[in-house]
Design a protein around this ligand. Structure first.
Ligand code: IPD
Ligand code: CA
Length: 315
């Protein structure tokens, strides 16, 4: 695919994200003004929320995509949730989360984004994440760098601050939607070790600067790309949460690795792996991998299986 085509897709995705963002912003404004008809719908899992706006925005994006590029493939959170069979192929594929941060959307907490990723030959090639509540647009295309609001090159720190030790890091993570005792105990134990002082019983404890959660995987990745958090670790999010953000992190000079405890794994994460460890840009790859290795000392072995859906799912 030519650079010109990539540029065309990037501009298309930016416009699409802004138009979808306008729908999200209008829905928040009308709910706050007491006139919204946004009924909160619960899936079987009471902490995995979906609203009419999630569905309407995905339909809007899908319709525009298929009208413009009828032969392209589409993977979207709500389409997947409805049980539609999807496949990941070499074909040009758009991977979309209409609202990342649905819980924030319901509460009016302003970390809400539409996330539009694009893969070609299975390679993440374009990423656009737009937060219409803060009017922040993050975009990147492979080989072209990552930008905030089209003009500000990421990371914001130029040159990036040195990455020396996890004890100097600000770490982003999330509760996620699996609230089983096993998973929450393991996550809290890991967070405990990220925060506490080392001692003879906890030689790997990091005593890091602190923990942050935005409630949006896509925006956590954009914060890594900005360089305002050093590390983001999450188990349990999905390809639509990360497909765009992974391109934005990579183009900012950051790494996204598989976030499991295998210390030898230094390859870029598979979009579908559901376990992600992102490290911000640094002066050299060695220092990024050092931080990844320190994180992997703390990351628990949590399972994040792909739930079976009618029709099946092949990644
Ligand atoms: C969720 C958010 C959240 C993350 C969950 C995701 P949604 O996406 O990204 O930060 O912890 O794993 O599912 O449901 O708001 O699209
Ligand atoms: Ca979503």
């Amino acid at each position: 695919m030519s650079q010109q085509e990539i540029e065309e897709y990037l501009q298309f995705a930016i416009q699409l994200a802004q138009d979808a963002g306008a729908i999200i912003k209008a829905a928040v404004d009308s709910r706050m003004a007491g006139s919204g008809s946004n009924i909160e719908l619960k899936k079987e899992n009471p902490t995995d929320l979906v609203t009419e706006t999630d569905k309407a925005v995905e339909e809007f994006i899908k319709a525009r995509l298929f009208k413009t590029y009828p032969s392209h493939k589409f993977i979207g959170e709500e389409t997947f949730a409805s049980g539609e069979k999807t496949e990941f192929t070499q074909e040009p594929t758009w991977i979309v989360d209409p609202i990342d941060g649905t819980t924030n959307f319901i509460h009016g907490y302003p970390f809400v984004a539409v996330s539009i990723g694009f893969t070609l030959n299975k390679i993440p090639t374009i990423g656009v994440v737009f937060n219409p509540l803060l009017n922040e647009l993050y975009s990147a295309a492979k080989g072209q760098g990552a930008y905030l609001n089209n003009t500000i090159k990421l990371p914001l720190f130029n040159p990036p601050q040195p990455l020396t030790d996890l004890s100097h890091c600000l770490i982003a993570t999330e509760a996620g939607s699996d609230r089983s005792k096993l998973v929450i105990d393991a996550k809290i134990a890991a967070i405990h070790d990220m925060l506490r002082k080392k001692d003879e019983h906890h030689p790997f404890a990091a005593e890091s600067h602190s923990i942050r959660t935005t409630g949006s995987a896509a925006l956590n990745l954009c914060n890594v790309a900005k360089g305002v958090v050093d590390v983001y670790w999450e188990v349990g999010c999905w390809e639509w949460d990360v497909a765009a953000g992974m391109v934005i992190v990579a183009e900012s000079g950051g790494l996204v690795l598989e976030g499991h405890s295998d210390k030898t794994e230094t390859d870029t994460a598979n979009i579908f792996c559901r376990k992600y460890l992102a490290i911000r840009a640094a002066l050299d790859r060695e220092s990024q991998l050092h931080i990844a290795s320190q994180m992997k000392d703390l990351i628990p072995a949590i399972d994040a299986p792909r739930a079976p859906v009618p029709g099946g799912y092949k990644a």
